[in-house]
Design a protein around this ligand. Structure first.
Ligand code: NDP
Length: 294
């Protein structure tokens, strides 16, 4: 079997086109330009690239992307002050704090300080709670992107056994939560694996859908994949000059039914979902009534 390629790049491009149209219509009826403020602490080159791509995405879809750059030795209280200023600024609709933060800063304190109505990453406890109750306000961008990829590739989640490898707050847990929800894009039977899971390969072999979010190059090998299964690779790992995923793509694609590449799979979807959340945040803050996110 040779797997069908799930082309995140082209799916993301058509979603961005739709968001650009929706943003133009919103600007016209409200006179407001959606504005995403990104906060970048320190000079990690990968984080700087991610933030630049997010800003560029805003500009390309008719929204404002501003950058607040702070040095790696900024104090936690200075960072909290900046968040408070952005929370209070009516011209800012979405706030994104690029992770990871330097070790002397408590991530949870910072993420908890973001106004939940501006929390376009969906990391605030209020938004995590709403998601887990099945009435999301902002869905975390990476797992949301994976869910949309499954939908666009025509992969049925209802009744499927989905195995999520990784239990981070950013990817693994919200991914499991989304697949578990009642209704479209959900209704899966979900297993979450992590570093303490016994017999991980045997569990993954049972999966109709595998979501790999581990952060270890080529962790998922062909012998772990049931023939015909769908494989979504969230991993971004740098091997020398090359970016690779958590899945050994060449071999797994001979067994899987459908698979995402790295790069060009989940990555572009994450940004598209962030842009969607930014427009959603602007609509919420200008009093528009919105359907549940999804
Ligand atoms: P984390 O490091 O926060 O979490 C990794 C998870 O993998 C943990 O739950 C960990 O288990 C589990 N894990 C690690 N080693 C093993 C192992 N040997 N066996 C089983 N489970 C293991 O990473 P993130 O969730 O933030 O990111 C995961 C990957 O996705 C990274 O490569 C990251 O770069 C990428 N990523 C890509 C994005 C995109 O836009 N495409 C966005 C965000 C992330 P435990 O909890 O027990 O430690």
């Amino acid at each position: 079997m040779t797997a069908a390629l799930i082309d995140g790049k082209s799916i993301a491009a058509s979603i961005r086109e739709r968001i650009a149209g929706d943003a133009a219509a919103f600007r016209q009826r409200s006179g407001v330009t959606p504005h995403l403020a990104a906060v970048l602490v320190g000079d990690d080159p990968a984080s700087a690239v991610y933030v630049r791509n997010k800003q560029r995405g805003c500009e390309q879809t008719g929204m404002t992307g501003s950058l607040h750059r702070l040095s790696a030795d900024v104090s936690q209280s200075q960072l909290l002050e900046l968040i408070a200023r952005l929370n209070a600024d009516p011209d800012v609709h979405g706030i994104l704090v690029q992770l990871p933060l330097p070790r002397h800063i408590d991530d949870a304190r910072i993420l908890d300080a973001v106004d939940p109505l501006k929390d376009v990453d969906g990391f605030h406890p209020t938004n995590v709670g709403l998601l887990s109750q099945g009435r999301p306000r902002f869905i975390p961008c990476t797992p949301h992107g994976c869910q949309v990829l499954l939908r666009e590739a025509g992969i049925r989640t209802a009744g499927a056994h989905a195995v999520v490898i990784g239990r981070s707050d950013i990817v693994g847990k919200p991914m499991a939560s989304l697949l578990l929800q009642k209704g479209a894009g959900g209704d899966a039977t979900v297993t979450v694996c992590h570093s303490r899971t016994r017999d991980l390969a045997a569990i993954v072999r049972e999966a109709d859908i595998v979501i790999a979010a581990i952060g270890r190059p080529h962790f998922v090998t062909a012998d772990m994949i049931r023939p015909g299964a769908t494989v979504i690779d969230v991993g971004i790992n740098r091997l020398g000059q090359v970016l690779v995923g958590d899945v050994e793509f060449a071999e797994v694609s001979k067994v899987a039914g459908a698979i995402t590449p790295v790069p060009g799979g989940v990555g572009p979807m994450t940004i598209a979902m962030l842009l969607g959340n930014t427009l959603r945040a602007a609509r919420l803050q200008t009093g528009e009534t919105l359907e549940t996110a999804g």
